[in-house]
Design a protein around this ligand. Structure first.
Ligand code: CTP
Length: 476
């Protein structure tokens, strides 16, 4: 197979010239080739060069500089024999062909110069071990020693060498197998999957950052539940995310059963993924019911309850983020807020939808109201079609009201129309409890629709409330 017609980026021609001039072989390998064959755009381009990749890269960058007037900044990693630079939207990485050997009892590979064949052999899966020649005589020719193309056609992630050894060498590959399967909706070949089950304990040797990078990619895949079910079936989920495993199972008492919260959580996550929710809203979906096992009770006559699971769950978010080395920033705060508020739109939709309840929801969710509504809609996974329809109708009312009220009252970015300073100055008082009381009264009056979000009306209410509290009014 020849892929010449796909190698249209000008850099391929430049690599060809540089490699031919140096009389060395150059290939584009790995993920770029896989994605090219799948028709997925890939911004990362890995090249393998026979001999010294860094020297070729220096020449290539100089050549690019000559042509474009701008020489890319080359980052060299001498000890690994690799270098990187960015050019015209591509992240380029060059490395000399290498082989990796492992001494018995040691995890650290001995990296030595190797042949192109050895370089392909050391890679993780057949679909990642294909290469395309960039030399003139064979420009665009696919080299596929382990039938990666056939595996792509059969939608299979398969280790082309002893998978136990491969996973022992780099346990991350177990997560990569599941991540590729989840991103591409591929199967994992039976022998490869069996090896993951055997080698699962090695996952504990990885840093949290590496695990999280793969987990994020699974979460971002089109149907993330598939990846999570694979993680679970392989026994990896129990090790990396025990809180999720604790959601599994259905308990029945006095003829009353609750739903399987693991299945439900994955369904909600899929719904958010279909709704094109971003990474953090997907994390919120994954964690929205995380405290259900902790809050589960059986109470007659209601049956199973999970009182306060949204608050307990929100409190669990920082600890989980810390463990996964996820950022402890506004994204974590967002996930926490989504977990805490996830029931609010449903509670609202269950009742008569009043303006005041909608205003309060808008006030608490602020800018994140759209995300919260997406999560709440995703959370409806009942098998009862009538119930689902009723929720949908009520959500539509909530959304319509949200728009109307937002236009009228601008609650989303609520700033009190009368500040604490205004109150202190007007009544000539120092900081004290009364200021809080007046501010809350004004806020509640706006949210309950008693006054509009307007300074004049709020000012009048401030005076009235102050008087009621026994404060003296200078101008009355
Ligand atoms: N590779 C490997 N074992 C690993 C990681 C990577 O054998 N643990 C090899 C694979 O051949 C892979 C290539 O290195 O294709 C590049 O790795 P990377 O850029 O991490 O992954 P991609 O396959 O390019 O996929 P993606 O960009 O989606 O992460």
């Amino acid at each position: 197979m020849n892929l010449k017609s796909h190698l249209t980026h000008p850099v391929f021609e430049l690599i060809r010239k540089t490699a031919d001039r140096r009389q060395t072989e150059a290939f584009v390998v790995g993920g770029f080739v896989r994605d090219l064959l799948l028709g997925r755009p890939s911004p990362d381009l890995d090249c393998v060069v026979k001999g010294n990749g860094i020297e070729l890269c220096r020449e290539l960058c100089a050549e690019i500089g000559k042509r474009t007037g701008e020489t890319p900044v080359l980052h060299e990693f001498g000890q690994f024999g690799t270098c990187k630079f960015e050019y015209d939207g591509l992240e380029m990485e060059f490395v000399g062909a290498r082989k990796e050997t492992y001494k018995p009892g040691s995890r650290k590979p001995v990296v030595e110069e190797g042949t192109m064949e050895e370089d392909r052999m050391r890679r993780d899966f057949s679909i990642n071990a294909m290469a395309v020649s960039l030399n003139k005589a064979s420009f665009g020719e696919l080299s596929d020693p382990f039938n990666g193309l056939e595996d792509l056609r059969n939608q299979l992630v398969r280790s082309h060498r002893d998978p136990d050894l491969s996973f022992e060498e780099d346990p991350l590959r177990m997560l990569r197998a599941i991540r590729f399967a989840s991103q591409l909706f591929f199967d994992i070949e039976a022998g490869t999957f069996a090896a993951i089950m055997r080698q699962k304990e090695h996952i504990g040797e990885l840093s949290a950052e590496r695990v999280t990078e793969e987990l994020d990619k699974i979460i971002l895949s089109p149907k993330p539940s598939y990846g999570f079910k694979l993680l679970d079936a392989a026994g990896l989920l129990e090790i990396i995310f025990p809180e999720l495993c604790r959601l599994k199972g259905v308990e029945k008492r006095n003829g009353k059963a609750h739903k399987d919260n693991f299945e439900h959580t994955l369904e909600v996550l899929d719904h958010v993924a279909y709704a094109k929710g971003g990474l953090w809203l997907r994390w919120a979906a994954l964690l929205h019911d995380i405290a259900k096992p902790k809050t589960k009770r059986f109470e007659e006559p209601r049956g199973w309850t999970f009182h306060g699971h949204e608050f307990v769950g929100a409190k669990m978010v920082p600890g989980i983020f810390r463990r996964f080395k996820l950022p402890m920033d506004e994204n974590m705060q967002f996930v926490k807020k989504m977990v805490e508020l996830h029931l609010r739109p449903i509670i609202l939709a269950e009742d008569i939808v009043t303006d005041s309840a909608v205003r309060r929801l808008l006030f608490e969710a602020g800018e994140d109201i759209g995300s919260l509504m997406t999560l709440a809609k995703a959370d409806i996974t009942s098998k009862n079609r009538e119930k689902v329809q009723r929720y949908r109708n009520n959500f539509a009312i909530v959304e319509r009201k949200l728009e109307e009220l937002e236009e009228k009252d601008r609650i989303r970015n609520f700033q009190p129309p009368v500040s604490g300073n205004d109150i202190m100055e007007y009544f000539n008082i120092p900081p004290c409890e009364e200021i809080g009381i007046i501010k809350t009264r004004i806020k509640d009056a706006i949210l309950d629709g008693i006054i509009e979000n307007d300074r004049g009306q709020a000012w009048e209410l401030m005076i009235e409330t102050g008087k009621g509290l026994g404060l003296s009014c200078p101008r009355s």
